[in-house]
Design a protein around this ligand. Structure first.
Ligand SMILES: Nc1ncnc2c1ncn2[C@@H]1O[C@H](COP(=O)(O)OP(=O)(O)OP(=O)(O)O)[C@@H](O)[C@H]1O
Ligand SMILES: [Mg+2]
Length: 399
């Protein structure tokens, strides 16, 4: 074996040991098993879209069980309590059982633009609002998987992985079995594992066979999602930062697309190229019998620092060029987000790392950005779509 290979293997082993030491410090299994999130009556009522008084009244009338109490008498609710209340009061948001999940790809082929950070935070936001979410980590780097507390290395010997489901060389065919629980009661995940990179190579090899093999290779994820799309309100896809068969699978499976673009010149320029590549790839999918039809495509300005030189100008330029495709609110760059993700968490599951006001500003900002995406998602369900319902009402008035 050559000197170079040995050196690289030694470096890998040393990195793996350091990674395990870092994880042992930041992951405390004893307090990661259960989510440490509770809500006082005001916060709980806000998430439920009710007033604290209305909740208290429902409790007095016996329609709801009384909330748990701390030793000092303060009342609190857990996430499970919120789910039970939504069921008891029949106020669960989301699609009808007969409708399909909206499948959102958080897509940009550029690396480090915030795809995984947005996927994790959006999943947590949706779960807090009462939606059932499936996250599918399609990136062999597995950052989102790690943020949901699954160590990708533990899946090495597992048969029922996304990699095996996607790979034409594997016989594993039951997508549902690749779904894992997370600490969040209403979020499930299909984790990434190291084998996902092999699946990419196996899928690419279908190019040699052409025709049917390529079409099946492009549609694997779509077929898997088809089998579970009634079980979730929203399915989030976190793709790798490169265009290959995994990226094409994500594009073929998505029904809506959210494109993060930081307000930096290089990212902006590479996104122009990305849009072009997306259009080309849609043509490739269509030529291979896999037409796509997105209910929405939205660009979100990610990690925006208005005070950094040039960023405010870039934001203006983005508003001018992307016009109606750009979400009104940018995601602000925040130390809270940086600190939370470094500890493999979202800000929704961590305590403020500095002043409460900074944390609240960050959370309010994310809530309003995600609120915009949620409206796009709701438009995809006939039972929730405001524009479709008003169009139908106009039609019936005219009739
Ligand atoms: N709003 C934000 N404020 C501060 N830091 C952020 C913000 N969004 C993302 N980051 C940081 O930017 C880095 C890159 O983010 P992330 O891993 O989500 O990007 P990505 O597009 O998924 O990258 P990759 O292409 O490698 O998968 C991370 O360290 C993350 O903590
Ligand atoms: Mg990522």
């Amino acid at each position: 074996m050559s000197y170079t290979v040995n050196t690289l293997r030694n470096m890998t082993r040393s990195c793996e040991m350091m990674r395990d030491r870092v994880k042992a410090v930041v992951f405390k299994p004893e307090d990661r098993k259960v989510l440490d999130i509770t809500f006082g009556p005001t916060a709980a009522a806000e998430l439920l879209g009710r007033t604290p008084e209305a909740l208290a009244k429902a409790e007095r009338e016996g329609r709801l069980s009384p909330p748990k109490q701390l030793g000092n008498g303060r009342r609190f609710y857990t996430l499970e309590d919120l789910t039970q209340i939504r069921t008891a009061l029949n106020i669960r948001p989301g699609k009808l059982a007969s409708e399909d999940a909206v499948v959102v790809a958080v897509q940009n082929f550029k690396g480090g633009v915030g795809k995984s950070t947005i996927t994790k935070h959006f999943a947590d936001f949706l779960a807090l609002q009462g939606y059932n979410v499936l996250v599918i980590d399609c990136d062999p780097q597995a950052s989102t998987t790690t943020m949901f507390d699954i160590q990708p290395e533990t899946l090495i010997d597992e048969e029922e992985t996304l990699g095996n489901f996607l790979s034409p060389r594997s016989t594993f065919d039951d997508f549902r079995k690749s779904i894992h629980d997370t600490a969040w009661p209403t979020i499930k995940i299909v984790p990434s594992s190291l084998g996902l990179q092999d699946a990419e190579w196996d899928l690419t090899a279908t190019l040699r066979e052409g025709g049917q093999a390529v079409r099946e290779g492009l549609q694997r994820l779509r077929i898997g999602i088809e089998s579970v799309k009634k079980d979730f309100d929203v399915i989030l896809l976190d793709p790798p930062p490169a265009m290959g068969f995994l990226g094409l699978n994500v594009m073929a499976a998505a029904t809506g697309m959210l494109i993060p673009v930081p307000a930096r010149q290089l990212d902006y320029l590479s996104t122009i190229h990305f849009m072009d590549t997306i259009a080309e790839n849609i043509e490739i999918l269509e030529e291979n019998g896999t037409p796509v039809d997105y209910g929405f495509i939205r660009i979100v300005c990610s990690a925006y620092s208005p005070s950094k030189p040039g960023e405010a100008d870039m934001w203006k330029m983005m508003k001018a060029t992307y016009a109606n495709f750009l979400l009104n609110q940018p995601i602000l760059a925040s130390e809270e987000i940086k600190n939370a993700t470094q500890a493999f968490r979202s800000i929704y599951e961590s305590k403020p790392s500095a002043a409460h006001s900074t944390y609240n500003r960050c959370r309010d900002n994310l809530n309003s950005v995600f609120g915009e995406v949620l409206s796009e998602i709701q438009e995809q369900w006939p039972s929730k779509s405001v524009s479709r319902q008003s169009a139908e009402m106009d039609g019936s008035v005219a009739a």
